[in-house]
Design a protein. Structure first.
Length: 370
């Protein structure tokens, strides 16, 4: 059975996510702002949940329709086959968003969607009250330019929560963004890889997972695993297939930070991710960064601060780090920063730049290609 799915992502990651889904043999892959639509069979759902490095979650699309007013929204939702997915005791909370649409009140839209689903299920099941004591089937809606999309969330906890980072230092980098930076840098386990501002270790851990080709969701559970429409054998098969795709090798991944507590946290996170033995952790000042090897890949998210004094300190740190990097002309550097004058501080114009978002903070990925 061919199904339609939607994978929301951080803005700027639509391209890497689209390529990733194509490599998973998904079809009709269509990137849009902040999400990628695709189609596939029932096996596509566990595969995308288990293997995606860049998606925030995997949604099952139940329908799309025009919704210029509340009546159209109600009738459109009511016309969808909710009984094919929601059992009598299903818990179905409703969340969503609206943008550039006549229906701009999200709470009102939530109420209309909930009411329409209840009306549909009431007519099918012949009952007036739904206890919602069973499995979770979260409903997500989006309304963009008066066009509504109704989905079921199959992931539950966001896919960026791999399970290895319960402890964090300040201003952590989301795992999906760290994985994308590693991917954009084309690191696949060859040569030296360094993060001299490792913080909680997210970039280094994602680099190790990428080097091993380990599926980021291999060790966690997903909401749709409890849905009867998807056989447990599908999930078992996709996990076994993911494990069979892993590599083994000797990798040269280095992570350091000036803060000993951050390094200890990073090491603990790597241990939980099962890659501690692949990463060499040290306490070191990035302003003194140097390497013996003539070439390698550096990916980093140095502090950039939000308040004036923090920004001034971040700019000075950037200047010192830029001076250190000038002694390593053969290294490729990928540095994520929100500093407006980053290139001036670093002392060199980037070969390429890419706009990304660290949470709600607009950033640039400055790429120095050696």
């Amino acid at each position: 059975m061919e199904l339609e799915y939607c994978a929301p992502c951080l803005f700027g990651l639509e391209g890497p996510l689209g390529n990733e889904l194509r490599h998973m043999d998904m079809t009709s892959v269509t990137p849009e702002n902040g999400r990628v639509y695709f189609t596939g069979g029932e096996d596509a759902l566990p595969r995308a949940n288990i293997r995606s490095r860049f998606a925030e979650r995997i949604l099952l699309v139940l329908g799309r329709f025009d919704a210029p007013d509340f009546d159209a929204l109600f009738e459109g939702v009511k016309a969808l086959p909710w009984e094919d997915w929601l059992p009598r005791d299903a818990a179905f909370p409703v969340k969503g968003w609206a943008l550039e649409s006549a229906l701009h009140s999200v709470p009102d839209c939530q109420k209309i969607v909930k009411k329409a689903v209840v009306e549909r299920l009431r007519s099918v099941y012949g009952i007036d009250w739904f206890p919602e004591t069973g499995g979770q089937y979260p409903i997500q809606f989006s309304i963009m330019k008066d066009r509504a999309v109704l989905c079921l969330d199959t992931s539950g906890t966001g896919l960026h929560k791999r399970g290895y980072r319960p402890a964090q230092v300040a201003a952590p980098l989301r795992e999906t963004l760290a994985a994308a930076i590693v991917d954009i840098a084309r690191y696949r386990g060859r040569g030296d890889f360094c993060d001299p501002f490792c913080g909680s270790g997210t970039i280094a851990v994602e680099a190790a997972l990428a080097a091993k080709n380990r599926a980021p969701g291999i060790g966690r559970s997903f909401l749709a695993e409890g849905w009867p429409q998807f056989s447990p054998l599908l999930w078992q098969h996709e996990r076994e297939a993911a494990r069979a795709r892993e590599y083994n090798g000797d990798y040269r991944i280095f992570a350091s930070d000036i803060d000993p507590k951050a390094v200890a946290t990073a090491r603990a996170n790597a241990r939980r991710a099962g890659v501690e033995e692949l990463i060499e952790f040290t306490v070191a000042d990035a302003r003194d960064f140097s390497r013996a090897t003539e070439s390698g890949t550096l990916c980093a998210n140095p502090p950039y601060g939000e308040r004036l004094m923090e920004k001034e300190s971040a700019a000075e740190l950037c200047r010192a780090f830029g001076r250190a990097m000038r002694s390593l002309p053969g290294w490729k550097c990928y540095i994520l920063s929100s500093l407006e004058q980053f290139e001036n501080c670093f002392g060199r114009k980037a070969d390429r730049r890419r706009r990304l978002y660290n949470g709600m903070i607009p950033c640039q990925l400055y790429m120095y290609l050696g």
